[in-house]
Design a protein around this ligand. Sequence first.
Ligand SMILES: NC(=O)c1ccc[n+]([C@@H]2O[C@H](COP(=O)([O-])OP(=O)(O)OC[C@H]3O[C@@H](n4cnc5c(N)ncnc54)[C@H](OP(=O)(O)O)[C@@H]3O)[C@@H](O)[C@H]2O)c1
Length: 292
Amino acid sequence: MSEQTTPRSVSVVGLGPMGQAMVRAFLDAGVEVTVWNRSPEKVDAMVELGAQRASTVAAALDVNEVTVLSLTDYAAMYAVLGQATDHLRGRVIANLSSDSPEQARSGAAWVRSHGAQFLAGGVMSAGDNLAHPASYIFYSGPRALFDAHAELLRPLSPQEYLGADDGLAQVFYQALLVIFHPWLLAFDQATAVIERSGHDIAKFVPFAIRSAAAFPYFMQEFSVANSNGGWATLDGLKMMDAGARHIIDASQEVGVDATFSYAAQAFWRRAIAASERVGTPVSTYALMRGDA
Ligand SMILES: NC(=O)c1ccc[n+]([C@@H]2O[C@H](COP(=O)([O-])OP(=O)(O)OC[C@H]3O[C@@H](n4cnc5c(N)ncnc54)[C@H](OP(=O)(O)O)[C@@H]3O)[C@@H](O)[C@H]2O)c1
């Protein structure tokens, strides 16, 4: 007699670039996937790949114990699950959409108030490339619920369970995006300086990558410093202020927008002013924390 295994199956609701990447990852791993999306043409594309179509949100919830949400934000979760609250009882909602930690906590409470279990996630992927070696997903919520469904969700990316607080995945996810967003804009500014100075961006990128190799060293150094109140010497802050001015000049000399560097300069200047006011060095970390 041949051995019988129950096929694993999941519903995915929300088929933006990330939801579609999730559907592909599940299908590649042999997981049966049922999909629903507000705009039906995205459903058609996933059905062509082998997913099953749910004609309503209720149908997507009914057909599987676990439904993964990949929506723009938690407001979209209310818009979507609000169409089928009487189909939530006994289900598991894994909301892998981005939003603030407080939105995740109140969203979790709302889902549970309708009789479903809830896991929150933050997809820390390289764009929508879930298979990239740097991609992983933060999870938070009840440990037993995560353990019960970790195997089903594993095809999405490696998993990092953080703890029971429903907001925790978003605390870590958003903290990493705090770093990523300025980096992205700074990269735009840097490459604009290169290009507007008459040089190839391609010539510059290897140097940018080489310099980025020092970032882990700086992160280690500054994490120690910030655990002790942050790095600050008055001379150091003044040096950074002067550095900010050079960056602003280098950008503006070739017509590149330096708004971002002015914001950095304002921080160094606030730290210098605070240091001079209190008579002891005040770090930018202390300003960020709201201490000074
Ligand atoms: N894409 C990435 O590279 C990436 C990486 C990491 C994390 N994330 C996060 O993953 C989540 C999904 O990403 P994404 O790029 O796929 O986002 P997206 O392009 O914003 O699409 C999200 C989905 O949300 C749906 N949606 C939005 N508002 C809705 C509403 N009021 N009612 C019903 N459906 C609604 C959209 O439906 P329609 O198709 O009908 O518009 C779409 O299916 C986001 O929270 C994002 O921050 C994305």
